[in-house]
Design a protein around this ligand. Structure first.
Ligand SMILES: Nc1ncnc2c1ncn2[C@@H]1O[C@H](COP(=O)(O)OP(=O)(O)OP(=O)(O)O)[C@@H](O)[C@H]1O
Length: 249
């Protein structure tokens, strides 16, 4: 059984369809990416999953049961405004837990053991403006992960980073994902990033979004720099680019 099943989701804004019969599955402990043109409806899909936006029709099942009956199953890392500039790293990291009703002291106790893994040990008292872009994103990701929800929704987490920092973050997240095996749904525009990280990739059409292709990534793990030169990597990259560029015409 899938961890998450999206079945024939439809959503319009002011009569304009944004999601059209959208269906996809995410398995338990699977890393799944969504690739698609800008404005196609990827973030809207996440808004439906977090419960922020009711669908016009269709359903979302988690562990086979309707999502509406079991809120709070997803931890969401939004595309923008991930950190509050006036809160220190520690207080940004505890924010999601605090919003969920966990006392600050207890929230700090849960964040503490993760600081090292997230490369933030020693920076607990720094403000976001004092951090590098990669550290800011790791703080936002730490805040998401520490909530211990069953599924992580990551919306373009590395989009604003320079190419080198982004490559480092991809390697880093692959390593920690190997260790924790979270169930992840990642939105990205980066074809190579999606292949490097994922078990499966869904390609969305331009608006209204529907799934035009689902690609299994059968590359061995752990993935390393050598993964990028694996012939299977190149084959999948070509297949994805052809689909994306074909869809844009
Ligand atoms: N609250 C809203 N009201 C009206 N239209 C909206 C609303 N939210 C999104 N849209 C429209 O829905 C479409 C899809 O937006 P969405 O943010 O889901 O796209 P996306 O695929 O995530 O884009 P990007 O890759 O650029 O982030 C866009 O045309 C957007 O203008």
């Amino acid at each position: 059984m899938s961890k998450v099943e999206i079945r024939n989701l439809n959503r319009s804004f002011d009569g304009v369809p944004v999601l059209k019969d959208l269906s996809l599955d995410v398995g338990e402990g699977e890393f799944v990416s969504i690739l698609g043109p800008s404005g196609s409806g990827k973030s809207t899909t996440f808004s439906v999953l977090t419960g922020a936006l009711p669908p016009s029709s269709g359903e979302v099942l988690v562990d086979g049961k309707p999502l509406a009956q079991q809120p709070g199953r997803f931890a969401y890392m939004p595309q923008k405004d991930a950190l509050l500039p006036w809160r220190r790293v520690m207080d940004n990291a505890t924010l999601g837990l605090e919003v969920a009703g966990v006392r600050r002291k207890e929230a700090r106790r849960r964040v503490e053991p993760l600081l090292e893994t997230f490369g933030l040990a020693g920076y607990e008292r720094s403000y976001p403006a004092q951090l590098s872009g990669g550290m800011r994103q790791r703080t936002a990701l730490l805040r998401t992960v520490v909530q211990e929800r069953e599924v992580l929704l990551l919306d373009e987490p590395f989009g604003a980073l320079d190419a080198l920092t982004r490559a480092r973050m991809q390697q880093w997240i692959e390593r920690i994902w190997e260790k924790h095996r979270w169930t992840v749904l990642l939105i990205t525009h980066d074809v190579r990033e999606s292949i490097f990280l994922s078990d499966r990739i869904y390609v969305f059409s331009p608006r209204p979004a529907t799934v035009v292709k689902s690609v299994e990534v059968d590359l061995p793990r752990p993935r390393t720099l050598a993964t990028f030169s694996d012939p299977a990597f190149t084959r999948i990259e070509t297949e994805l680019l052809e689909t994306l560029l074909g869809e844009e015409q």
